[in-house]
Design a protein around this ligand. Structure first.
Ligand code: SAM
Length: 175
């Protein structure tokens, strides 16, 4: 299964940190790509490229200028579009069904999400019906649907590898 993220309405001043963290969490928790709309922000794309160079993998951050069309095309091409929202159906009710999908696009907002997204997606899914954060929502979704894959996934091609340690910071250079 392949899961990508669509971050809607990035605002360069207010959202830089949260959008960067969404990409970092998406990457670490085994999503393939993060698309984003709103303000184009090459600093996020560069930051993730740097992280890939240091720690491996090929997670990509890609700007798109028409997210509604993008979601429609995703579905036309056979992918599943899921909007994460506190108003949706709890993830736990849909887990078996969603684990059978081949390509998932996970949509998260920043400011208020326009009504159209609730209507054009295949599912509106909640991670609890309480308001919290797009970063937490993505992390829980990926962890549950990919069944803890983030704990065993190997990122290839990076310059460094971390040796897990209970006390030290152990980092070895591998290329
Ligand atoms: N005020 C915004 C609205 O009414 O749409 C929500 C802002 S929230 C900080 C940003 C994003 O986090 C939401 O668009 C949604 O994608 C995600 N989110 C927040 N709470 C969630 C929940 N309980 N379940 C799933 N996603 C959630």
């Amino acid at each position: 299964m392949e899961i990508s993220i669509l971050r809607l309405s990035h605002r360069i001043v207010r959202d830089k940190r949260v959008t960067t963290h969404l990409a970092l969490v998406g990457r670490a928790f085994c999503a393939k790509k993060m698309y984003y709309s709103g303000d184009r922000d090459p600093s996020i794309e560069n930051k993730i490229r740097e992280v890939n160079e240091r720690f491996g993998g090929d997670f990509q951050v890609i700007y798109i200028d028409d997210p509604v069309k993008f979601v429609s095309n995703w579905r036309k091409e056979g992918g599943t579009a899921i909007h994460l929202t506190m108003y949706g159906i709890p993830l736990t009710h849909l887990l078996d069904e969603l684990r059978r999908k081949e390509r998932i696009l996970l949509i998260v907002g920043s400011e208020k999400v326009p009504r159209v997204y609730y209507e054009i997606v295949d599912y509106n899914v909640s991670i609890t019906n309480q308001p919290h954060s797009e970063i937490a929502a993505i992390a829980v979704f990926l962890d549950r649907v990919l069944d803890g894959l983030e704990f065993t996934h190997e990122f290839s091609g990076g310059a460094y590898r971390i040796i897990p340690s209970s006390r030290d910071k152990k980092l070895i250079r591998i290329r």
